[in-house]
Design a protein around this ligand. Sequence first.
Ligand SMILES: Nc1ncnc2c1ncn2[C@@H]1O[C@H](COP(=O)(O)OP(=O)(O)OP(=O)(O)O)[C@@H](O)[C@H]1O
Length: 409
Amino acid sequence: MKAKASDMHSKDCVKVAVRVRPFNKRERDAGSRCIVSMVSNSITIQDPRDSQNRRLFCFDYAYWSHSGFVRDRRGLFVPEEPGGRYADQDSVFQDLGEGILENALQGYNATLLAYGQTGSGKSYSMVGYGPNKGLVPKLCERLFEDIRENQETRQCQVFFSMLEIYNEQVVDLLSRVSRTPGGLRVREEQQRGFYVESLRTVPCESASQVAQLMEQGTRTRTTAATHMNANSSRSHMLIILQLKQIFSKESITKQSNINLVDLAGSERQRSSGSEADRLKEGTAINLSLTTLGNVISSLADAAVGRKVVHIPYRDSVLTKLLQSALGGNSRTVMIATLSPADICYEESLSTLRYAERAKRIQNRAVVNESPTERLVKELKAENARLLQRLSRLGQEGRRANDETSKTFK
Ligand SMILES: Nc1ncnc2c1ncn2[C@@H]1O[C@H](COP(=O)(O)OP(=O)(O)OP(=O)(O)O)[C@@H](O)[C@H]1O
C-alpha cells in the first residue's frame, strides 16, 4: 500500500492502449476489409489504396477485439476458445482498470482517457453495454470490494461527480436544478488547480449506487443533447471519483482523484446544422479536442528535449480540467479505440498518431498524503525516538552513578 520514496518523484509516462472493435453493421454491409493487424503490442495499419504503404506503431497494450469471440449464455463476449486472442472486457480491466485503482489506493491521482472516432468503441470500453460492463463499473465494483475487505485498517469516503463539456460549457449531469445559463464556472486555486464551481459531488457507499448515478447522468446527457439539438458523441463526459482514506492507526489521510474521461468523437466534425451552428461547432466543440491535441504535442516535444515555451492548458475547458492528468500530478492511461475497416483508414491512422504522441508525455505523480497528518506522524516518530534516547540516557546515567558510588565506597 505504501508508495516507495523512489516511486514518488520518478517520471511516469502516460500509458497508452489501443483496442480494435468488431465490424459494425454498416461496415459488414459495405463488404469492408480489415486493414489493421496486431502482433503482441505492435499494430500495423495498411493504406487500402496502396498495400505497400503500411505503418507500424508500438504501444503499452494492444487489444484485439475484432474477431475470435462468441457470445456466451450470460450475453458476455468472450474468446472463442480458452486462451484465444480476443480481448474481452475482463482482460482490458485487469490490465488498465486494476492499475488505475491500485494507484488511487496508494494515494496517486489517476486518469483514464478514451480517445477515438465516433462509434469506435470508447463507450464500450469505458462504460460497456448490458452485461459487458466496461472499465468504470468494474473499477467501482473492485473499489467498494477493497473498501469492505480492508475496513478494519482504514476508513474510506467516496464522492462521485459527473459532468459534460459541450461548446466549452460545463453541464453538471447530476444536478437536480435546471441548467445554469452559460454552464458552470471553471475556477482555479493554487493548491487545487482548476475545478468546477458548484459541481454536485455525491457521497457513495456501493457500486450499485454509483451505477444508478451513472444512469441518471447518462439520461441527463441524452436529454441535454436533444435539447441543444446536438449529438452526445460531440461532447466530452467526465466522471470524477474522489477517494479519501483515513488510516487512524498511522494518523495518515490519503486523498486521490480518479478522472474517467470519455472524449468526444475525434473525427473531423461535419455539421448538418445551420451556418451559425457550423460556425459555433467549428470553434467551440472542436476547441477542447484541438487544444488537447496541442497540449499533447507540446508535452511530447518537451519530453524529447525540444524547447517548449508554453503549454496551452488554459485555451480550453477540457485541458484546464485535465491539467494534472497531462504532464502533472497523475498517473494517466489513454485507451485509443479503432475501427478495423478500410473505410475508416484516415481516422484510424490519425488516432494512432495521436496515441503515439500521448505515449511520450511524462507526468510526475506524488502520493497525496495530508501534510498535517504527515506532520503528526513525523512528530510522533520523533517523539518516540526522543523518549527512547531519554530512557537510554537515563539508564546510562544511572549506571554511571552506580559506578561512581562504587568507586567512592
Ligand atoms: N470491443 C468490442 N467488442 C464488441 N463490440 C464492440 C466493441 N467495441 C465497440 N463495440 C460495439 O460497437 C458499437 C459502437 O461502440 P461505442 O458506442 O462504444 O462507440 P463510441 O466510440 O463510444 O461512439 P460515440 O462517440 O458515438 O459515443 C457498439 O454497438 C458496441 O457494442
